[in-house]
Design a protein around this ligand. Structure first.
Ligand code: ZN
Length: 285
C-alpha cells in the first residue's frame, strides 16, 4: 500500500478550473501560477483554496479538506467473493474510497471504517468473463486523515460539508457558522496573547463580546481590517447566515434549503480565508 502525504487543502484555478494539492513552498509564496501551461493565470493560494472548497462537483480527486493522507495500491480478488482490505493503523477518518476494476466486472466498497473496508465484486449483465472464483485485480485509492490538523474550525467546516452532502441543511448551516465563530475566537485570542494580554482577561472578553463585535471592531483593533472590509461576504453573512443560525438555534427556523446551506458554507469559507490572507499579507509587509 503506497502512502502519500498531501496538504489538507487543495487549490483550484478560477480561470480553467484545474485543481491540485498545493505544496508547502506554494503556500509560503502566497501567489500561485496555474499548473496548466496553457492557462498561465495567477491567483493567491487562499483564493485557490476558496475556489476548491466551494466547488461541490464530484471530482475524480475528492475535495481534500482535511483528507491529507492518500493510500493507493492494487488488490487481488476472487470474482464474486468479498475481501477485507485492512488500512494502516492511526487513521482517524476515511473520507473516500475509490475502486477502479482492472477488467470487465463491477466493484464496490462497503463497511468503510478507519480500520478498513470490504470490497464486493459482481458480474456485468450479459458478460461471460470473468468466471465465478476467477482471480481478478482492482486498483484502489483511499483519502483519509491521520492524527494531525487539530484545528477545531477546520473540523467544523469539514463536518458542515459532510452534512451538506448528506442533505442535512439545518445542521450544515449551524456548523458553518460555528466554524467561523471558532476561527474568529481562536484568531483574536492568539493575537491578544501575542501582544501580552493575560488568558483570564481574554477568555472573559471572548464570552462577553458578541460575534458581530468580534468580526468587526475587535478584528479591526488587532489587525487593521475587519470582516466588513469584504463587502459581499459580510453582507451575506450578516443578512443571511447569522440570521438563519439564530433562527435555527431559537427554534423558529425548522427547514432549510440546499441553496441556503451552500450559501452559508461558501460565505464562511470566503470569510475565513479572506481574513487569513489579509493577516498573512499584513505580516509579510
Ligand atoms: Zn488555470
Amino acid at each position: 500500500m503506497e502512502h502519500r502525504k498531501l496538504i489538507a487543502l487543495s487549490v483550484k484555478c478560477n480561470e480553467c478550473s484545474r485543481g491540485w494539492s498545493a505544496s508547502a513552498e506554494e503556500f509560503e509564496k502566497l501567489d500561485l501560477k496555474c499548473q496548466d501551461p496553457e492557462c498561465n493565470n495567477t491567483f493567491s493560494v487562499y483564493e485557490g483554496i476558496r475556489n476548491s472548497l466551494k466547488d461541490k462537483e464530484e471530482q475524480f480527486m475528492p475535495n481534500t479538506l482535511l483528507a491529507n493522507d492518500m493510500y493507493n495500491g492494487t488488490v487481488s480478488l476472487k470474482m464474486g467473493y468479498s475481501k477485507y482490505i485492512e488500512l494502516p493503523q492511526g487513521i482517524q477518518k476515511v473520507f473516500k474510497v475509490q475502486l477502479i476494476p482492472m477488467g470487465p466486472f463491477q466493484i464496490g466498497a462497503v463497511d468503510i471504517t478507519a480500520n478498513g473496508f470490504n470490497v464486493l465484486t459482481s458480474f456485468i449483465e450479459g458478460s461471460e468473463e470473468p468466471k465465478l472464483g476467477e482471480e481478478i485485480m482492482s486498483f484502489y485509492i483511499v483519502n483519509a486523515k491521520k492524527d494531525d490538523y487539530e484545528e477545531p474550525w477546520l473540523h467544523l467546516l469539514s463536518s458542515s460539508l459532510d452534512h451538506l452532502r448528506s442533505k442535512e441543511y439545518l445542521t450544515s448551516i449551524i456548523l458553518s457558522e460555528i466554524a467561523l465563530e471558532s476561527f474568529i475566537d481562536k484568531t483574536i485570542s492568539n493575537e491578544y496573547l501575542r501582544i501580552g494580554l493575560d488568558e483570564d482577561s481574554i477568555s472573559r472578553l471572548m464570552v462577553s463580546a458578541n460575534i458581530p463585535t468580534k468580526v468587526n471592531p475587535l478584528m479591526y483593533n488587532l489587525f487593521g481590517f475587519k470582516l466588513s472590509s469584504f463587502k459581499e461576504t459580510h453582507r451575506n453573512w450578516q443578512e443571511r447566515v447569522l440570521i438563519w443560525r439564530n433562527e435555527i438555534a431559537h427554534g423558529s427556523k425548522a427547514k432549510a434549503t440546499s441553496e441556503e446551506a451552500q450559501l452559508s458554507f461558501d460565505t464562511v469559507v470566503d470569510a475565513i480565508f479572506q481574513l487569513i490572507e489579509s493577516i498573512e499579507r499584513s505580516r509579510k509587509n
